[in-house]
Each structure stands twice: as structure tokens, then as C-alpha cells.
Write a protein that binds this ligand. Structure first.
Ligand code: ATP
Ligand code: MG
Length: 713
């Protein structure tokens, strides 16, 4: 497919495709991006890759007239726009019968989720030409699904008021008429530690605040205190945020639940679980004798245990004993071991995280069932088959993260970004190469940094960081996080992208850091120091079987169904579950395979500043992003051969009106290779073009400008 915007938007708008810049260097790139940002042109191409800068203001560029003007057009025919990319992905499906995917990447707050929603709305609008009720309904479900996912999976962070704290991949299914017939969502690693802990200025997931500020009947949930008085939701000291209307959002999500097909009982269970978690956060223990503890009770209406029991439909005594003791089976004998305060607090937090995570997974399962049901229903009518359906996948996944304190979660997130970068390198270059081969054109190779070495450092079996972590987790004895650090220090000491204080104590980075608990990875996007504190625990991710049994035995059948494994008897031997790190690694590997089986389209999102301002273009911040997204290399690779390519018919259609060739094309204006060659000869472009099997390739941007100038003369 050809791309490269040749649309002139006026010289004061900069160039709409970076490959058209006369010099490829950081200065020229930045100048063009800044100019366009200031003019409200937030989109610019690099060939088929779309660079998008978050405008931090509503632009009037997504309305029906815009949709109309991009519908059915090639990317290069109109100014750069995310609609053009969505259209290209859709046309891949329609015209070439190939599955496509749109990979959206960029750091937190750069606009990935907004981009994914705009894409979805565009596809819903262009596919629903005849306004058929069924298509409308499915599109609506897909859009409403986002409302639910954002309520339960997004949160206010210091970087973004609506930050996605999970990765999302959504497949949109189309039938033989290329109408949407359903979809499927896959999620990756919800940041569940947020349920129990938030940094200053950050919130828990939106759902908690929506319930507390939106529900009129909080008494039903026993939530009698002010939001600020609940520990799980007050730690960031910012329960209320001016830009977020939790009350209104609560109504929206309630509506969304209905559209997506949740029953009243299910909706009520969802909020009961959220409320029970809020109560769990305030539940405290009283020390008995240093070894044992009991739940601190209150006689008034704020008794946490009473409300947790009511909301989860579990007996008070069962909850109490599960939180303060642990059942262990030894040689067919069942022993109840009582817990001290530290362990009880740990157990309570683990339960809260697990309840929320399971709820989130259950929501996605439910949504998927609804989306898949549409397919099945169509099947029974016998004229649409699931097998024949084509898909467009949309990936909106967390961006690269460097915090002051980076833990296991950041390692997973940054590893995910390494994988996506690796895929970008492979696919963009592969595609480029394949096109030249297909068209029988010779081209020149360009060097770029290949981050495969960093992916291997993390994921390789036996030798990678995750493998070492797993080994530490299954080793017998009292293995500590520091012992894990020792083992990677030893194993990875000569790795170029790994370091620690022990390995290079003189490095200035260790001056300000408690050095014996950290290691450093030189990621493609920058160096990140990780603290090993809690690594083993987070990787094991154990929830004691007692909790599973407790929840399985809930009298609420919906909650109980979320915990099927709780049915097992105490003495049954369970296989060791996979660790969190390994589950994540496996899901990244399969995601990467899934994406590479489709025709990829890329949106590279850039955050212009940290102030969420529409007027600031922070040079240093933006430069850094351009560098680590590899955008300059991207332009160079794209330019290494040819800056522009276009099918012969399009070329002739566009340039046959040039005065000096108009009357001479034979047969008159027919879009053939011969006529394209005639135009090139006549305009002295022969030395700057190559003739592929189906496309004309142009080397220099200047030739393209020349053509455009002549065309409009
Ligand atoms: P995270 O990784 O934290 O989830 P993200 O990349 O998904 O971040 P978004 O939530 O999409 O970031 O965008 C952050 C905010 O930026 C939005 O809430 C919105 O205010 C603004 N924004 C992003 N894209 C656009 C756009 N195209 N038009 C207007 N505002 C936008
Ligand atoms: Mg997001």
C-alpha cells in the first residue's frame, strides 16, 4: 500500500509527512512537529506510521464532515489524520481480505486511549451506512464497553487524570459485508496494587469514587463516612478532582452496564464488591499476644466486619477466621494456624486486591460473552459465519514508565514496551523490505538499534530476569528479595544492558539511591532503576486457599461463580500456579505473535508537556520521546529507498492534468504504467523514479513537490 502525504496544507503548516523534510535530523523534525502542533495539526505521517501529538484541547476535527472526507480515500490523498489510518486498516480488510491491527504506543498521557476511541467511532460511523439497527447496536456495545473498562481499569495518576492501569487489546469482527458483528477484548496486567496503595496526588480506580460520590443510597452499602475517611481511597489526598465528574460518570457507567447486558443482580453485586473493598481498607486488627490477633470490632453502624459480611454474603465468623488464621493441611490433618498482625494485614490487602482483580476479569469475560453472542446469534440464521469474519485489532497498552520508585509492575510494563518496539522494528522493516521485493525494486539498508537483546535479557528462559525471579520464588528456605538481586548480579554481570551498584559502584546514578536493593536496565527508552523490594511477593502473587474457599462459599451466586477454584477441598493437592512474571511474559509473547500475523498500522503518540497544557511544546520532553520511539530512524528507513510510492492508476489520475502532459497521454489519460512513465519522462523525473510491478517509486521529496506544484499551477 502506498502512503506519504503529498497534500499541501500550505507552507506555514509544515510538511504532512516527515519523509518530505529536506534534511532528516532532530532539529528539522522538531521544528516541523512544533509548527504543526501550534497550528492545531496534531497528526503527521512517517509513510504509513501516524505521529500524533496530544493537543490537550478539543479540536473540531472529528465531526461527520471529517469522517465523510476520509471515507474511502487513500492515506496520502488528504491531510494526515487518524481517520485516514483507521480507514487504511479497514480497507486492508475490505480490499485485500487481510486482518489488520492498529498498535498505539506512547507514554502515559500521550493520547493512546483517546486515539483508540476515535478509531472505534470512525469505524462504527463508516460501517453503518444504512443505519441498520443491528450494526448500530453492536457499535454501541463496543463503545459502551470502554466506559465500563475505564471506570474499573483507569485511575487518576500524576501523569494523567484518566490513566489506563491495564493493557487492552480489542478485536473488532466484521462479517462478509464488512459490517461489525462483534468483538473480543483481552486485557493485560491490571495494576492491582493500586487498590490498596496510592501515591500522593493519585487516586484508586475511578469506580471507588464514582460509587462514593454518585450513589444516592450509600447507606445500603454501609458507607457512612466521608470519602476522605476511607484508607484505601484517601492516600493520595485527592478524592475529588475538578476535571472529573464522578457523579455523572457513575450514571454513565450504570447506563453502560445495561447496554452491555448486565442484569440488575450482576450490577448490584459489582458495586457490593467495590463497597466491601472500601470497608476492608478500614478493617483493623487488635494484637492479642504478639503471635495472634483479632479483628477490631465497633458496635456502631460503622462496624466493618458486619458490612463486609453483608456485602459479600459470607458469614461474619468465616471472614473473621479467614483473616486471622490460616488453614494448613499436613498429612491429612487440618490445622488452623493463627496469624499475627503483620500477616493478617498482609492477608487483608491480598484479599482486597484479589477481589478487585477477579471482578475486573469477570467484567471482561462478561463483556466478551455479550460481544461473542452477537456472532453466535448471527450464525443460527445461517448466513454469517464466525470463521469467515475478518478482524481489526486495536492495541492500547500502557506506555514506558520511569518513576521515582520502580517496582515489579514497571518492569512488566517496560518489558511490554520493549516487545512492542521489537515488533515495530521487525514489522516496519519487514514490510518495507517485502514491498521492495514484491515490486522488484532494489533498496539500500539502514542501520538502527535493535532492542532484541533487551527483550532477551528479561524474557529468555533459564537466563532471563523473569526466569531468575521464578527460580528464587520456588527455591526452598527463606529466600529474600536481596538474594534474588544477588543471583541476577552474578548471572548478568557482563550484560551490556544490565547493571547494579555491586557491578558498577562508581556510577553516579547510585549516589542518591539506597544501592543494595536496586538494579538497572538500560531500556531502549532510557535507563530505569528498579527496586527489588517486594519482587518475590508480587511474582508469587499467592492468595491463600482459605480466601478462595471463603468467596466460593458466598451465598451470592454471582460472586461465588467468580471463585470456582474455591470448591477444592482443603487436603487436595494443587499444582503450583504460574508466577505473575511468567504469565505476563507468556501473554506478551502471544500478543506479539498475534500482532505479527496481521497487517500492522502504527500510531506513535507524543505528550507535548507535563502540565496538560494545550500551549506548551516542551522541547526536551518531546525530543526524548522522538528519540526513544525511534522516529528519526523510522524516517531514514522509509527514505532510504524512496520517499513516496503510489499505484500507477493513482499517479496518472492525479497528474494527468499537468498542462505539458495532458493532451499527450495515450490512450487519453488511461492509468497505465506506460502513461505514468510518459509523465515522468516528460517532466524530467526519469532519474528519480523506479518502476515497480504495480507502483511507481519516487526517491526525492523534491520531485514530488515539483509534481504537486505543476499540478496546481
Ligand atoms: P495512559 O498510558 O496513562 O493511559 P494515554 O496515552 O491513554 O495515557 P489518554 O488518556 O488517551 O492518554 O489522554 C490523556 C488526556 O489527554 C485525555 O484525557 C484528554 O484530556 C487529552 N487528549 C488526548 N488525546 C486527545 C485528543 N485527540 N483531543 C483532545 N484531547 C486529547
Ligand atoms: Mg490510556
Amino acid at each position: 500500500m502506498a502512503a506519504g502525504s503529498i497534500e499541501h496544507e500550505g507552507p506555514d503548516m509544515g510538511v504532512g509527512d516527515f519523509v518530505l523534510l529536506s534534511d532528516i535530523n532532530m532539529d528539522a523534525f522538531m521544528k516541523n512537529l512544533k509548527l504543526r502542533f501550534e497550528k492545531g495539526r496534531i497528526y503527521t505521517y512517517i509513510g504509513e506510521v501516524l505521529v500524533s501529538v496530544n493537543p490537550y484541547r478539543d479540536l473540531p476535527i472529528y465531526g461527520p464532515e471529517y469522517i465523510k472526507s476520509y471515507k474511502g480515500r487513500e492515506m496520502f490523498e488528504r491531510p494526515a489524520h487518524i481517520f485516514a489510518l483507521a480507514e487504511a486498516a479497514y480497507r486492508t480488510l475490505k480490499q485485500r481480505s487481510l486482518n489488520s491491527c492498529i498498535v498505539i504506543s506512547g507514554e502515559s498521557g500521550s493520547g493512546k486511549t483517546e486515539a483508540s476511541k476515535i478509531i472505534l467511532r470512525y469505524i462504527a460511523a463508516v460501517t453503518n451506512v444504512s443505519n441498520q439497527a443491528e450494526i448500530q447496536r453492536i457499535s454501541n456495545i463496543l463503545i459502551q464497553t470502554n466506559v465500563i473498562l475505564e471506570t474499573f481499569g483507569n485511575s487518576r495518576t500524576n501523569r494523567n487524570d484518566n490513566s489506563s492501569r491495564f493493557g487492552k487489546y480489542m478485536d473488532l469482527n466484521f462479517d462478509y459485508k464488512f459490517d461489525p458483528i462483534g468483538g473480543k477484548i483481552q486485557h493485560y496486567l491490571l495494576e492491582k496494587s493500586r487498590v490498596i496503595k496510592q501515591q500522593l496526588g493519585e487516586r484508586n480506580f475511578h469506580s471507588f469514587y464514582q460509587l462514593l460520590f454518585g450513589e444516592n443510597n450509600l447507606k445500603e452499602y454501609g458507607l457512612n463516612l466521608k470519602a476522605e475517611d476511607y484508607y484505601y481511597i484517601n492516600q493520595g489526598n485527592c478524592c475529588k478532582i475538578p476535571k472529573i465528574d464522578d457523579r455523572n460518570d457513575y450514571q454513565q457507567v450504570k447506563q453502560a452496564f445495561k447496554v452491555v447486558g448486565f442484569t440488575q443482580d450482576e450490577i448490584s453485586t459489582i458495586w457490593k464488591i467495590v463497597a466491601a473493598i472500601v470497608h476492608l481498607g478500614n478493617l483493623q486488627f487488635t494484637d492479642v499476644d504478639g503471635e495472634h490477633c483479632s479483628i477490631t470490632r465497633s458496635n456502631d453502624n460503622n462496624d466493618q466486619l458486619k458490612w463486609i459480611s453483608k456485602l459479600l454474603s459470607c458469614e461474619e465468623s468465616d471472614i473473621s477466621s479467614t483473616l486471622t488464621s490460616r488453614v494448613v493441611a499436613a498429612r491429612n490433618e487440618v490445622i488452623q494456624a493463627r496469624q499475627n498482625m503483620t500477616r493478617a494485614n498482609y492477608g487483608r490487602d491480598a484479599l482486597s486486591k484479589a477481589l478487585y482483580e477477579r471482578l475486573f476479569e469477570w467484567l471482561i469475560k462478561h463483556i466478551n460473552k455479550t460481544l461473542a453472542k452477537e456472532n453466535n446469534e448471527q450464525l443460527t440464521h445461517g448466513y454469517r459465519t464466525v470463521q469467515s469474519s475478518l478482524v481489526i485489532g486495536v492495541l492500547d497498552i500502557y506506555g514506558f514508565e520511569i518513576f521515582e520508585n520502580n517496582s515489579f509492575e514497571q518492569l512488566c510494563i517496560n518489558y511490554c514496551n520493549e516487545k512492542l518496539q521489537q515488533l515495530f522494528i521487525e514489522l516496519v522493516l519487514k514490510q518495507e523490505q517485502e514491498e521492495y521485493e514484491r515490486e522488484n525494486i532494489t533498496w539500500q539498508h539502514i542501520d538502527y538499534f535493535n532492542n532484541k537483546i533487551i527483550c532477551d535479557l528479561i524474557e529468555q528462559s533459564r537466563t532471563g530476569i523473569i526466569a531468575h525471579l521464578d527460580e528464587a520464588c520456588i527455591a526452598v528456605g527463606n529466600i529474600t528479595d536481596e538474594m534474588f538481586l544477588d543471583s541476577i548480579n552474578k548471572a548478568l554481570k557482563s550484560h551490556k544492558h544490565f547493571s547494579s551498584w555491586k557491578l558498577s559502584p562508581g556510577d553516579k546514578i547510585w549516589k542518591s539511591i539506597n544501592n543494595n536493593k536496586h538494579f538497572l536496565i538500560r531500556h531502549y527508552a532510557g535507563d530505569v532503576v528498579y527496586s527489588v523490594d517486594g519482587f518475590l511477593d508480587k511474582n508469587r502473587d499467592t492468595l491463600f486457599d482459605d480466601f478462595k474457599r471463603l468467596l466460593f462459599n458466598s451465598k451470592n451466586p454471582i460472586l461465588s461463580s467468580m471463585w470456582p477454584e474455591g470448591e477444592k477441598s482443603i487436603t487436595s493437592v494443587t499444582r503450583r500456579p504460574l508466577t505473575a512474571g511468567t504469565i505476563f511474559r507468556n501473554s506478551m509473547i502471544s500478543l506479539s505473535n498475534l500482532l505479527s500475523s496481521k497487517q500492522p498500522f502504527y500510531v506513535r503518540c507524543i505528550k507535548p508537556n507535563d502540565e496538560k497544557s494545550p500551549n506548551i511544546f516542551d522541547q526536551t520532553r518531546v525530543e526524548h520521546q522522538i528519540a526513544y520511539l525511534g522516529l528519526l530512524e523510522n524516517v531514514r528507513v522509509r527514505r532510504a529507498g524512496f520517499c513516496h510510492r503510489t499505484p500507477y492508476d493513482r499517479f496518472v489520475q492525479r497528474y494527468k492534468i499537468i498542462d505539458s502532459v495532458r493532451s499527450k497521454l495515450y490512450p487519453r489519460g488511461v492509468p497505465t504504467k506506460e502513461n505514468a512513465a510518459y509523465i515522468c519522462r516528460e517532466l524530467n523525473l526519469e532519474n528519480d523514479v523506479a518502476y515497480g510491478n504495480t507502483k511507481l517509486f519516487i526517491k526525492q521529496p523534491v520531485s514530488l513537490f515539483e509534481l504537486e506544484k505543476k499540478r496546481t499551477a
